[in-house]
Design a protein around this ligand. Structure first.
Ligand SMILES: O=C(O)CCC(=O)C(=O)O
Ligand SMILES: [Fe+2]
Length: 345
């Protein structure tokens, strides 16, 4: 694991730190683990569980609690934060070979960490076309998806992207999550699977002005997520309306890139897109998540990626749990399902 200082040194010339690290003291970890170990499956009554988790997480030392809250509420805080020395489940069952969820999990410490931290950033939400609308997503290598640009992949580098959502309005970067939380339950066999984050403030500072100009122009169409194209569209691309990749104020920019392909509309846009992926690699922070570590990711301040690794499908493969978080569920209410007010079409 690279230290936060080293990671910040790798970052671009922007002066705001774009990576932060929060480590729990051992006694705080143990007290948290004891409380989370007693919790029922949070999916049974999600709003009661979120409320209980808020009580538990409110007992964190005030400095740590504020750092997490500031991560969620302020425009000038880091885009990615690694929380470490977290409690883990005492007996972790096999990594499910079908991509999850596990039917053998007896305790819900990992779910409590994921949802407790999510609740400090906003509200967990689900989408029917991503992990069947579940609020706790399992991110696990699946044999059939090993080479895909999705979270089932392993053999290929998952390109820098935002987690986006197909939406009939033609924009995939509006109702998508503001944050992702990734909690590591099990590392890959060789400990080489990196999660990368490139902050668009660092990206903007590193790009040539004419490339940045192109990325700020509506010259791109995003393809819908791989899961949507596979499960709903019969394998056919479903493109957004033309959008810019980078938008918003120069000091506080926002970025949206699809993992499953971006269609550039001009030659300049095509070149800008290639430069973008290369720049992301250069300015990115890398973390090799291990159990007890959770990554908070701002899905608007930057893009993330995953390195390749070897999956064995032997019950001991890499296993993350992921949540999608909105600051507010209000402005995405046009997509809500009748069955569940946290789950969208
Ligand atoms: O596996 C990872 O580290 C990140 C995968 C990813 O992009 C995601 O879960 O959204
Ligand atoms: Fe992702």
């Amino acid at each position: 694991m690279t230290t936060a200082t080293e990671l910040n040194r790798q970052a671009g010339p922007v002066t705001v730190p774009t990576f932060s690290e929060i480590a729990l003291p051992d006694d705080v970890r143990d007290a948290l683990g004891e409380q989370l170990g007693k919790l029922p499956d949070p999916n049974t009554d999600i709003d009661r569980s979120m409320t209980r988790l808020l009580q538990i997480f409110a007992q964190l030392p005030v400095g740590i609690l504020q750092q997490i809250l500031d991560f969620g509420r302020h425009i000038d805080t880091p885009g990615v934060s690694l929380v470490s020395n977290l409690p883990v489940d005492p007996d972790l069952p096999d990594t499910p070979s079908d991509g999850g969820p596990s039917t053998d999990k007896a305790t819900f410490v990992a779910e409590g960490i994921l949802l407790g931290l999510s609740g400090l950033l906003g509200e967990p939400m689900g989408v029917l076309t991503e992990k069947a609308g579940q609020l706790v997503h399992d991110v696990i290598p699946v044999a059939g998806g090993a080479k895909t640009q999705t979270n089932q992949g392993s053999e290929v580098f998952l390109n820098f992207h935002s987690d986006i959502m197909h939406d009939v309005i033609g924009r995939y970067d509006v109702a998508n999550p503001d944050f992702l939380v990734l909690n590591c339950l099990r590392q890959d066999h060789d400990g080489v699977a990196g999660t990368f984050y490139a902050d668009v403030r660092d990206i903007s500072a590193a790009l040539a002005p004419e490339i940045l100009d192109a990325l700020r122009s509506p010259l791109f169409r995003l393809n819908a997520p791989g899961s949507y194209v596979r499960d709903v569209a019969g394998g056919k691309d479903v493109l957004s309306e033309p959008v810019s990749i980078i938008s918003g104020p120069l000091d506080y920019p926002e970025i949206a890139v699809s993992a499953n392909g971006v269609r550039p509309l001009t030659r300049t846009a095509e070149e800008a897109l290639a430069a973008l992926q290369e720049t992301c690699r250069q300015v990115s922070h890398a973390v090799h998540l291990s159990p007890g570590q959770c990554l908070l990711i701002n899905n608007r301040k930057g893009v993330h990626a995953r390195g390749s690794f070897a999956a064995r499908y032997d019950g001991r493969d890499r296993w993350l749990q992921r949540s999608y978080v909105r600051r507010s569920l209000w402005n995405v209410r046009y997509r809500v399902t009748e069955e569940n007010r946290r789950v969208h079409y």
